[in-house]
Every structure is written in structure tokens, then in C-alpha cells.
Design a protein around this ligand. Structure first.
Ligand code: MN
Length: 243
């Protein structure tokens, strides 16, 4: 399978699905062997997660999001979460092998942080489109059911994103047990999440997402994001999540 995550893969991704799509390997198929991935992905990159390419040119979202801000965000920050996810999985393999779980708390923390960071960034690139895109009728109906009106949901989404405490995300998600949409905040990448909720559209409000271009004006960045929000992508994610 192609190592690059396709848009179709991104539509239906769950955490492990990204890894499997990327490597074609199932969990547990191979025992951990120290250094087995070296040379294949580089010593630091175990290779269970792979940085997907941007789904558009680096200047595709300019001027609202300039090429430099976007490129550094993707090539440095997102890549760092991929690296961190793989290193953490590698360390956990080693812990099981040596039956030494002394670092299980910090490793579990790192696991949630880096994999959540990778998942959200993978969705984030698709959450934007030049000029934005409208939601499909099914998502509009669900939004009206759960928020009263599309405008009301968008206002709540923007407010949530602007008011994240510290670094984090605004998220529109589908929660399959209540069969309803939720607007969530995420602090860092993993805190304040709702178990099982499927993110449909995500807005990164870490300073690294906007500071180069917008400096301290997070509110302006969120307004810019809203004007290029890819509701078509959110609609496709919603259709996949409710299928
Ligand atoms: Mn980010």
C-alpha cells in the first residue's frame, strides 16, 4: 500500500488505521527486534506512523495562511509528532521485551500526546480549502438538529477555538453513542477529548499554527480558518462515521 496517506484514508482514519495503512503491517505480526527498522526509515524513525504530504501546494491557502507558516507547521511540527509517536511505540516495545515498566506513566502520556497530535494534524490539513467549501445536506441537517442552526454551530466552534486555554484545538466531532455532533476543545492534543467521538473538522490554535503570520492575534487566525473551513471534508467524514 502507498505509504502516503490518501485523502480517502484520512476520511476513515482511526489511530491504528493510520499506522497500518502506512506500513501494511498488523499489530503483533512481527516481534520487536532492536534496530530492525534502521536503514529502512532511519534510526530515529521506527516507521509505524508516516508523515502524510500536504494535500495541496504550500501556497494554496495564501494569503490567509502563508506558505512559510504552513510549511514549517507541516514539515517540522507535524513531523515531530510522527517521530514522537514512533519513538514512543518503540520504547513501549522495549519495555515489554525487558519487562521493565518503570516509565509506563510517562510513556503512556507521550503515546496519547504524539498520536493525538498526528491524528489531529492529519485531519487539519484537510480541514482547510482555498475559499472554503459548503457542507453537504446530511451534515447541515445534523447540525440543525444538534445546534439549532449552522451559524450557531460555527459561532460555537470559533468561540471554542479562540478560548482554548493554552495550546490546543477547536473540534467538531460526531459522538456515536448519543448519535450527535459536539463542538469540543482540546488542550494540547489529547486533553478534554470525548472517548469514541470522531473528529470531523479541526482548527489548530497552537501558537505554532499561526504566530509567524498572525503573531498574538489568535482570534484573527480562527476567523481566517473559518473562512476557509472545508465543510465538504467534514461532511464526508460525517457520512463515513454514520455509515
Ligand atoms: Mn499544530
Amino acid at each position: 500500500m502507498d505509504k502516503q496517506l490518501s485523502r480517502r484514508d484520512a476520511l476513515k482514519l482511526g489511530g491504528a488505521a493510520i499506522a497500518l495503512a502506512a506500513t501494511g503491517r498488523a499489530w503483533g505480526e512481527e516481534p520487536f527486534i532492536e534496530g530492525q527498522y534502521e536503514g529502512q526509515y532511519g534510526a530515529a524513525d521506527v516507521g509505524k506512523y508516516v508523515l502524510p504530504p500536504l494535500p495541496y501546494a504550500a501556497n494554496a491557502l495564501a494569503p490567509l495562511l502563508d506558505a512559510k507558516t504552513l510549511t514549517i507547521h507541516h514539515d517540522k511540527h507535524h513531523a515531530g509528532y510522527v517521530r514522537g509517536a514512533n519513538k514512543t511505540l518503540n520504547a513501549l516495545d522495549g519495555a515489554r521485551n525487558s519487562q521493565d515498566f518503570a516509565k509506563i506513566k510517562s510513556l503512556s502520556r507521550a503515546l496519547a500526546f504524539h498520536i493525538s497530535g498526528h491524528v489531529l494534524h492529519t485531519l487539519f490539513w484537510h480541514s482547510m480549502a482555498a475559499g472554503g467549501s459548503p457542507p453537504a445536506a446530511e451534515l447541515v441537517a445534523a447540525v440543525k438538529r444538534d445546534f439549532g442552526a449552522v451559524d450557531a454551530m460555527q459561532q460555537q466552534f470559533a468561540a471554542a477555538a479562540k478560548k482554548v486555554e493554552g495550546s490546543g484545538w477547536g473540534v467538531l466531532a460526531y459522538e456515536p453513542i448519543g448519535h450527535r455532533l459536539l463542538v469540543l476543545q482540546a488542550e494540547k492534543h489529547q486533553n478534554l477529548a470525548v472517548w469514541g467521538a470522531v473528529p470531523l473538522l479541526v482548527c489548530d490554535v497552537w501558537e505554532h499554527a499561526y504566530y509567524l503570520q498572525y503573531q498574538n492575534r489568535r482570534s484573527d487566525w480562527v476567523d481566517a480558518f473559518m473562512s476557509m473551513a472545508n465543510w465538504k471534508f467534514a461532511s464526508e467524514r460525517y457520512a463515513a462515521a454514520t455509515a
